[in-house]
Design a binder for this molecule. Structure first.
Ligand SMILES: [Cu+2]
Length: 161
């Protein structure tokens, strides 16, 4: 009976020391998550924790979600999927529209696709902003968006190309 008890307690000690070792393997990641306010913060962090993050902290200023998790228990992608399912675009996943539409109106942030499109549009307009030379050699150039207005081009004394 005594040796049985010894074996039993030894097993318990072994179990706890093993799980303590396992718990030391913690990974910390920073993930970009689109969002607005403190309410978003709560939803994002709750979603991350539901996917197995031990700690989750989203910044309303930098829009970065810092998560730590035991590498065995959860993965970066699982956390991102859960956050996207809650309605928030992440760097690798896009939230379903219906999840986004369910968010409180103050939480309906500018979607990832929109902000990327806006960035691209701004870049495009910045590079083709100079439309002073739509008229070349008496002909209208149409390689620029702002040169496609035929009336404006003719007003410059250009023949229709
Ligand atoms: Cu919000």
């Amino acid at each position: 009976m005594k040796s049985q008890f010894k074996f039993f307690s030894l097993t318990i000690v072994l179990f706890f020391s093993l799980s303590a070792i396992a718990q030391k393997k913690v990974t910390t990641d920073s993930i970009k998550v689109w969002g607005n306010c403190g309410m978003c913060k709560k939803t994002i962090e709750t979603a991350a924790k539901s996917a197995g993050a031990d700690s989750a902290n989203w910044s309303t200023e930098t829009h970065m979600l810092t998560v730590s998790y035991k590498s065995k228990k959860s993965k970066n992608q699982d956390i991102q999927k859960a956050v996207a399912a809650a309605g928030y675009d992440t760097q690798d996943f896009t939230a379903p529209d219906d999840a986004y539409n369910k968010l409180h109106s103050c939480c309906q942030y500018d979607r990832k696709a929109d902000t990327v499109a806006t960035d691209n549009a701004q870049l495009k307009s910045a590079t083709s902003m100079d439309c002073s030379d739509c008229c070349k050699d008496g002909k209208c150039t149409k390689d620029k968006e702002c040169c496609k207005d035929e009336a404006a081009c003719k007003a410059k004394g250009c023949a229709k190309s």
